[in-house]
Design a protein around this ligand. Structure first.
Ligand SMILES: Cc1ncc(COP(=O)(O)O)c(C=O)c1O
Length: 432
C-alpha cells in the first residue's frame, strides 16, 4: 500500500520565512530583529536555519561566556535536573549557598541575593538604596548619562538614555542623571534626598566607555563623605569579560590606584548575563555593612537562585578557573583591540576609533553621511555595518547609532579571533 506522508507543519519546516511568519503573527514586535533565524551552535559558531555558519562575536550580548552547546553546561543541566530543578526560596538548597560563597570570594565580604535577569538584579539595588535612606527620607539615585540598566519601569528611569523612556511617561521618580566620568558633576548633583550613585564600570549599550580609575576612586570617597551607597552595574562588563571578575578590579589593578590600608569596593553590584552562560540568572552582591538591610519579607522572587540555575553558574566558574579564561579574555582581548586600532588607523574614512577592555570592545564608526555606501539608507551606521558583517559571516552587536561591539565568549580561540578580524577588515575595506 502506498504510504501518504503528510506535509510537515511550518514549525518543522524550519525555514526562515515560516519562522518569521510565526513571529509576525504571534510575537509582540518589541524587538528590532535582524533577518536571521538561528538554529544551533557549537563553541563560537552559530548556524542559521539554512545551514550558514557565523562566527559569533556577540555571544548573545555578553551572555554565552563558554560559547554555544558547551558540554560542561549541558552536563550541569542534566545532572542537576535529575535531582532538583526548583523548590522555592522557602527552603535552603546547597547550590545557591555555594554559588553565593563563590561570588563573595571573588568580590569581598558581603552577601548575595539571587534574581533572574539584569534588570531585576538592579531593581534589588534600587530597593536596597531606598531601604538604606528610608528613615532619613532619602531615596534619590544618581545614574550616568548614556548608561543602561534594563527595561523595567525603574530600569528605564535609571537608564540615562531618552530613547528607552519615550512613550512610557510618567517616569518612576527617584532617578537623576549625571555626566559619566565627571566627578565634579557628581558632587554638584547631590541633593538632601540623594541616597546612592549607580554606574557601570564599562558602559556597554552606551558605546563601550570604561570608567576612569580616578572617577571610581573619587566616587568612593564622595559616597563615604556624603553617606551614599556606591552601586555598580556589572551585568554586561562583569564575569571576567574585562580580564578580571569585575571591571573595577581591572580598572584599578595598577598599584598607583590602590587606596592605602584599604581596598576599593562598591557597596552593591549587580550581575546577570554571563553568570549563567545563557541560562537565566541574575544576582546582586552587597557589601558586609549593608548585607542584612533587606531582611525577611522585604524582597523576593519565585525563581531566584534555583538549584538548576546555580548548578550551571557554579560549573561556569569552575571551567573559567580551570581553563584560565580570564587570562584568555585579557590577552586575546588585547590582541583584538590592537587589531581594531590598526583598522581604525588604516581606514579612517570608515572607523573613528577602537576602545574597550578585554573582551568588551567597541568600534566607533564615522557618521553614515561620510560613508558613501551607507549615506542613502535610513538605517544607522551601526546597523548597516552589523548587516554587512552578518553577510560576511560574523555576528557583532550594535550599540547606539555609531558603535559596533565585540563581546565574544571567554573561550574564543586565537584562530577564531584572526578569522573575525580578517572578515571585519574585508568589510571595512569594501566601504573605504
Ligand atoms: C549594564 C546592563 N544592565 C542591565 C541590563 C539589563 O539586563 P537584562 O536584559 O537581563 O534585564 C543590561 C542588558 O543589556 C545591561 O547591559
Amino acid at each position: 500500500m502506498k504510504e501518504i506522508v503528510p506535509a510537515p507543519p511550518p514549525i518543522v519546516r524550519n525555514d526562515y520565512e515560516s519562522i518569521r511568519d510565526l513571529f509576525a503573527k504571534n510575537v509582540v514586535p518589541s524587538y528590532g530583529r535582524f533577518d536571521l533565524a538561528l538554529s544551533h551552535g557549537a563553541g563560537s559558531y552559530v548556524f542559521d536555519v539554512a545551514g550558514k555558519r557565523y562566527l559569533d562575536l556577540g555571544s548573545g550580548i555578553a551572555v554565552c561566556c563558554l560559547g554555544h552547546a558547551h558540554p560542561a553546561i549541558t552536563e550541569a543541566l542534566v545532572e542537576q535536573s535529575k535531582k532538583l530543578i526548583h523548590v522555592s526560596n522557602l527552603y535552603f538548597t546547597e547550590p545557591q549557598g555555594r554559588l553565593a560563597a563563590e561570588i563573595v570570594k571573588r568580590i569581598g565580604a558581603g552577601k548575595v541575593y539571587f534574581a533572574n535577569s539584569g534588570a531585576e538584579a538592579n531593581e534589588g539595588l534600587y530597593k536596597l538604596a531606598r531601604k538604606f535612606g528610608h528613615d532619613e527620607g532619602r531615596f534619590e539615585i544618581l545614574t550616568a548619562t548614556n548608561s543602561f540598566h534594563g527595561r523595567t519601569l525603574a530600569g528605564i528611569a535609571a537608564t540615562g538614555q531618552d530613547k528607552v523612556k519615550k512613550g512610557f511617561e510618567p517616569a518612576t521618580p527617584g532617578f537623576r542623571h549625571i555626566p559619566f566620568n565627571d566627578l565634579q558633576a557628581a558632587r554638584n548633583a547631590i541633593s538632601p534626598a540623594t541616597v546612592a550613585i549607580l554606574i557601570e564600570g564599562v558602559q556597554g549599550e552606551g558605546g563601550v566607555t570604561p570608567a576612569t580609575p580616578e572617577y571610581l576612586l573619587g566616587l568612593r570617597k564622595l559616597c563615604d563623605e556624603k553617606k551614599l551607597l556606591l552601586l555598580m552595574d556589572g551585568v554586561q562588563c562583569g564575569h571576567y569579560r574585562t580580564g578580571k571578575f569585575q571591571s573595577f578590579q581591572r580598572i584599578l589593578e595598577n598599584s598607583e590606584f590602590r587606596i592605602p590600608n584599604s581596598e576599593f569596593l562598591p557597596d552593591g553590584l549587580s550581575m546577570a548575563k554571563s553568570l549563567g552562560g545563557g541560562f537565566p540568572i541574575g544576582a546582586f552582591w552587597v557589601r558586609a555593612p549593608f548585607a542584612d538591610l533587606l531582611g525577611p519579607g522585604t524582597h523576593a522572587t519565585t525563581f531566584g537562585g534555583t538549584p538548576l540555575a546555580c548548578a550551571v553558574a557554579l560549573k561556569i566558574f569552575e571551567v573559567i578557573q580551570i581553563e584560565r579564561l580570564d587570562e584568555n579574555a585579557r590577552k586575546l582581548g588585547e590582541w583584538l583591540k590592537n587589531e581594531l586600532e590598526r583598522l581604525a588607523k588604516n581606514y579612517p574614512g570608515v572607523i573613528k576609533n577602537a576602545r574597550g577592555l578585554g573582551f568588551m570592545l567597541g568600534l566607533e564608526l564615522v557618521e553614515k553621511e561620510k560613508i558613501p555606501a551607507f549615506a542613502s539608507s535610513d538605517k544607522s551606521a551601526a546597523i548597516q555595518m552589523t548587516n554587512r558583517l552578518q553577510h560576511a559571516g560574523v555576528l557583532v552587536i550594535p550599540a547606539g547609532t555609531q558603535v559596533i561591539r565585540l563581546l565574544p565568549s571567554l573561550n574564543l580561540k586565537p584562530q577564531e579571533a584572526g578569522e573575525g578580524i580578517a572578515k571585519i577588515e574585508e568589510v571595512v575595506k569594501s566601504l573605504a
